[in-house]
Design a binder for this molecule. Structure first.
Ligand code: PLP
Length: 287
């Protein structure tokens, strides 16, 4: 397991790789504010709030679910911590949220936050994809003969980052474990990111769509039991939304003989441990 839950004290896991070049770019452009989007349990929201606090940016988070505006007593730990880190929250309806990448919505944001660097949902953009170069180099040094890499998938940016940056070897495969139901559309999204970001031959890759546990932030008893077993056996904490499904998927693939013997497998621990907080787990059925 590549323990990237340990790579940064406040912006851990894949978030560090996705944000670091974006933060440099925001500084280069002399931006004073970071604006982004997410659900009430978004690790990305938590990471942007922490980054803003560390680097002196004002931060604004546009959060899906206007019903949360007047009920702060129902806020997730993620939102409470984001506010503690100085983020200003703006709650918007699900229909407005769907328009967040539209020209009109972005123009309004630019008017409301004139010197802002706008980060997309989940932080996935070209800088985010490029940000995975460093961790791919780490893997070449730490486990040069790896054959399989498993990573959890939300927007697909992390998997795209690995595909675009990992050194090509004929036997290598990258496997993304989708945490969402009906995630076919991600295959095209990921392919597009990779085409834009990579100028070399890439390893083969697949999106595994059978391990979403009935949808985003939901999971089965079997998956939860696997998390408990894994943590007790190896002393490595997992998060309930992403890495729990990653480990469950890997163990199931192994059990079903889908992985050839002699393979050298890396499970990518993408962090997200702030999502372990009790309140979030209890409420994790709310999207
Ligand atoms: C801990 C963790 N792992 C994996 C992912 C999935 O990353 P991506 O959205 O790049 O697919 C996320 C979230 O976005 C996350 O927070």
């Amino acid at each position: 397991m590549k323990r990237d839950d340990l790579n940064h004290p406040t912006i851990q896991g894949n978030k560090w790789h996705k944000l670091k070049l974006n933060l440099q770019q925001a500084q280069l452009e002399n931006k004073t504010t970071l604006v982004t989007f997410g659900g009430a349990y978004s690790n990305h929201i938590a990471a942007v709030a922490a980054a803003g606090k560390d680097l002196g940016f004002e931060t604004h988070g546009y959060i899906r679910g206007e019903e949360l505006r007047d009920s702060p007593n129902t806020w997730s730990h993620t939102l409470i911590e984001a506010v503690d880190n100085g983020m200003q929250l703006h709650f918007i309806s699900r229909s407005d949220y769907r328009l967040k990448q539209s020209f009109e919505f972005l123009s309004t944001l630019n008017r409301l936050h004139p010197n802002a660097y706008i980060l997309p949902e989940g932080g996935t953009n070209e800088y985010a994809i490029l940000g995975f170069k460093e961790v791919c180099e780490d893997l070449e040094n730490q486990c040069p003969d790896w054959t399989h890499l498993y990573t959890a998938v939300g927007t697909g940016g992390t998997l795209a980052g690995f595909i675009a940056n990992a050194r090509y070897q004929p036997k290598r495969q990258l496997l993304g474990v989708s945490t969402l139901k009906d995630s076919d559309y991600l295959i095209e999204d990921i392919s597009n990111w990779v085409t834009k970001a990579s100028n070399h031959q890439t390893n083969s890759w697949r999106l595994l769509q059978n391990y979403h546990g009935n949808g985003y932030a939901k999971s089965s008893q079997e998956m939860e039991d696997t998390q408990v077993w894994f943590e007790e056996s190896f002393g490595i904490p997992l998060d309930p939304v992403y890495t729990q499904k990653l480990v469950f998927a890997f163990l199931t693939e192994l059990e079903n003989n889908h992985i050839p013997s002699g393979s050298k497998i890396i499970l990518y621990h993408s962090g997200g441990l702030q999502g372990r907080k009790k309140q979030d787990i209890a409420q994790s059925t709310i999207l």
